[in-house]
Design a protein around this ligand. Sequence first.
Ligand code: AMP
Length: 115
Amino acid sequence: MSDSIFTKIINRQIPAKIVYEDEQVIAIDDINPQAPVHVLIIPKLEIENIVTLGGSVNSTLIGKLFDAVNKVAELTGCKETGFRVVINNGRNAGQEVEHLHLHLLGGRKMNWPPG
Ligand code: AMP
């Protein structure tokens, strides 16, 4: 399996605007933002290639991702105003990049239900 575009970003093979990074997670600005704040929160762990929510995604990893959500919400000023977290998981949800990631969207009023 070839490296995902996010793995290439993690390995600094292609550029991205990094909003937050620690040992396990990188958060970058989405290249095609759907809101004033649109940050992708991406696990660095490559255990059996984490593509979707499934076998190798354990509660520790989920906790790390949501710790990063909190940090990014603070860094982007969304913590007070509110924000949405989305995972497009699999084909029916419209997942384009086969590397698990969370979208943090904020900076505007969100509609419900989502499309
Ligand atoms: P998803 O549809 O949930 O798989 O979302 C993939 C997201 O990755 C989309 O919102 C894209 O705009 C975004 N994306 C794709 N390539 C890049 C890139 N090189 N840098 C930043 N975001 C990207």
